[in-house]
Write a protein that binds this ligand. Structure first.
Ligand code: C5P
Ligand code: MG
Length: 328
């Protein structure tokens, strides 16, 4: 074994072990003075045949016993060349994953936030289904509709002053309920309002019905219901279980004017939806969800349309001119 280890010394040293030479090639054994094992001789003193056998033997030994690259020279093991190649699949997987993750994030930005789970309907107030609670002969309801910021509240205040209506704003009632202590619906209402979505009708109809009952008990029977119905299900259900409306006062206006008004109001209103992001969502909801209600009542000849883009006074003058005979 010792002699084999000596034989694997680097060829560059130009020495070989005579022992290996003599074992490997019996035919040239006679060239070597025997028995002088383990002594080293300069390679130059050996014949080419001996050298060739010794080199082959050295290479063979290296490949059998050394794998760590301690030895340099032609017989030394090669350093692993394919390190870079092996890293490629991992780099590729990492880069692909990072790109896919960034794409998912980008995609989520544009998507509207999901609304609270629909199974909240289990805990929503139950609406009666035994016909309207009030008679349209006793209780007069005018719906007031128009895009966000069109000035519904302002015009209702004028009508209250001059014609003694009770003004009920669905939005105001929802905001009040949102902060009432002990309410179950605070979080739900806030989420819908911020997203510019329509709160489930059960919540809004119960709030309106309760407010109407209080006023009726106090002897007031004429109502302006502002910002309601904002969705077809609200329109149908309210007329079915509360009272059929007289007509709908609809304020028509372009989005540019409404945007300016909301931006101005947003400086002092403290409303969580008077900001550019919520405003866009509210415009979309109005066009997609509330306009069908206006069209539905228009089909029944129950819409009075007024240009809401004019000044407050000019709009109010138009309102009075259009509906004076129906307000008495
Ligand atoms: O009418 P107002 O702009 O105050 O309404 C504010 C918000 O209240 C609406 O954007 C909507 O989220 C909610 N709302 C509703 N259903 C209504 C009226 C208002 O969900 N009938
Ligand atoms: Mg309002």
């Amino acid at each position: 074994m010792k002699s084999i280890m000596k034989a694997v010394r680097p060829a560059s040293l130009q020495f070989v072990s005579r022992t290996i030479a003599t074992r490997s090639l019996p035919s040239i054994r006679s060239q070597l003075p025997l028995p002088r094992y383990n002594c080293l001789r300069p390679a130059s003193s050996l014949s080419p045949a001996v050298l060739s056998v010794a080199r082959r033997s050295t290479l063979g030994s290296n490949s059998r016993h050394y794998t760590t690259g301690h030895i340099s020279g032609p017989g030394a093991p090669r350093p692993p060349k394919d390190n870079k190649l092996k890293a490629w699949p991992f780099i590729l997987i990492f880069v692909t994953g990072a790109v896919a993750f960034a794409a998912v994030l980008e995609n989520r930005k544009d998507k509207p936030k999901p609304m609270p789970p629909t199974d909240t309907s289990k805990s929503l107030p139950k609406l009666r289904d035994d016909g309207p609670v009030f008679s349209p002969d006793d209780v007069k309801v005018i719906f007031v509709l128009g895009g966000p910021g069109v000035g519904k509240g302002t015009q209702c205040a004028n009508l209250v002053k001059d014609y003694h209506f009770v003004h009920l704003s669905a939005g105001d009632l929802l905001r009040e309920e949102r902060t009432r202590s002990g309410t179950e619906y605070g979080e739900l209402i806030e989420t819908y309002i911020k997203e510019g979505k329509i709160v489930p009708m059960e919540v809004t109809i119960v709030l309106l019905e309760n407010a109407m009952k209080k006023s009726i008990e106090a002897g007031k029977h004429k109502f302006l219901i502002d910002g309601f119905p904002r969705q077809m299900d609200q329109a149908l259900k309210f007329e079915e279980v509360v009272v059929p409306s007289q007509f709908t006062l609809f304020f028509d206006c372009d989005e540019e004017t409404m945007t300016k008004r909301i931006t101005e109001r947003g400086k002092t209103s403290g409303r969580s939806d008077d900001n550019p992001e919520s405003m866009l969502k509210r415009f979309r909801t109005f066009n997609e969800t509330s306009m069908p209600v206006v069209n539905y009542f228009d089909g029944q000849k129950k819409v009075v349309k007024v240009d809401g883009a004019k000044s407050v006074d000019a709009v109010y003058a138009d309102v009075k001119a259009h509906i004076a005979d129906r307000l008495k």
